[in-house]
Design a binder for this molecule. Structure first.
Ligand code: G3D
Ligand code: MG
Length: 316
């Protein structure tokens, strides 16, 4: 990492928390861990026993305890891990008919640790057979869970496409870090690709090492190749002490480089607004990097990257 970046990141420390991920077998727990580890959809094999993994997401280090969901493990292994967890993630397969069993497992688990924040993930919303979210809330009595003193977040997610996935983990990262606002985001670089015109626009707000840009470009190329299969959704790759966020909405793909503790969801909002403006109000042939920069300056406070640019100046 360059000395400039090192200076910017000085003082941002990584906090460690033990997060226990539970849910019935087949809910998608291992897939979720894999997405956090590798930012992509990875086919899994059935988890036997416990799967320990350490993952850094934004400023939080998650010690993920991914427990086998079969009944034998639920009774034997879940208890100890739940008692000492800083947060509990419960994963439900939205298309699974075993809703009563899931409800029982959910309530049993969260009652084992009354203090830990609870992230409830209704996974697999990409499936046609996924149950409506309000029915899930009703069937698992999630409103009651939300009335308790601890934070309880409910998210509809697809670990496969990435839809809402990072919203859920941003939420738990912010809760654990005690951050009130999720709107912090230091955008370093924006790359916009229009697949209809094959145009690529890049705007850099600060100097980025070329290998990080290369990684983002590789990530974008892969995303573009797969776009016909998954036309919307997002990917997040951690590179060095930065995050590469790719947001897609056919035919536009946006890649952003943001800080490692920044809100991924905030960067998604920025990307979505840029896409809207790019496709609505600007003739795409006039849409160059200067326009991109103007849009960014007009619509989002630039104080954070101005600060970065200033600290670069100081090094001269
Ligand atoms: P578990 O660890 O909770 O037991 P896994 O569950 O992560 O092993 O996932 C079980 C199956 O669900 C896997 O498919 C996995 O690919 C799939 N899956 C996980 N998340 C999603 C999702 O968001 N959408 C869809 N459509 N499928 C998902 P297989 O075929 O290997 O059983
Ligand atoms: Mg598993």
């Amino acid at each position: 990492m360059s000395s400039i970046l090192r200076r910017i990141f000085k003082g941002e420390k990584v906090e460690k928390y033990e997060i226990t991920i539970i849910g019935l077998d087949g809910a998608g727990k291992t897939t979720i861990v894999n997405r956090l580890l590798r930012s992509e959809f990875v086919p899994t094999t059935r988890t036997l026993g416990v799967n320990y993994r350490t993952v850094r997401y934004r400023q939080i280090e998650f010690n993920l305890v991914d427990l086998g969901g079969q009944e034998i493990y639920r009774n034997l292994l879940w208890h100890d891990s739940l008692v000492k967890a800083s947060a509990i993630v419960f994963v439900l397969d939205s298309a699974d008919i075993r809703i009563a069993e899931a409800s029982e497992a959910f309530w049993d688990s969260i009652q084992k640790n009354e203090n830990a924040p609870v992230l409830f993930i209704a996974n697999k919303i990409d499936l046609a057979g996924a149950r409506a979210f309000d029915l899930i809330v009703q069937d698992l009595d999630l409103a009651r869970a939300q009335r308790s003193d601890r934070p309880v977040g409910l998210f509809r997610v697809s670990a496969k496409t990435g839809e809402n996935f990072y919203d859920a983990f941003d939420w738990i990262a912010d809760i654990l870090a005690g951050i009130e606002s999720t709107f912090k985001c230091k955008v370093r670089v924006v790359i916009l690709i229009d697949l209809e015109t094959h145009q690529i626009y890049t705007t850099k707000f600060t100097n980025i090492e070329s290998f990080i840009l290369d990684q983002l470009n590789t990530g974008i190329s892969e995303t573009v190749r797969e776009l016909s299969k998954n036309p919307t959704g997002m990917e997040v790759i951690t590179a060095s002490d930065l995050q590469l966020v790719i947001v897609k909405n056919h035919p536009l793909v946006i890649g952003l480089i943001i800080g490692y503790s920044d809100s991924v969801v905030r960067s998604k909002l920025i990307a979505e607004r840029l896409m809207k403006t790019a496709s609505a109000s600007i003739e795409i042939d006039q849409f160059d990097s200067r326009v991109l920069l103007k849009l960014m300056e007009k619509q989002w406070p630039l104080d954070i990257y101005k600060q970065i640019i200033r600290s670069e100046d100081n090094t001269k």
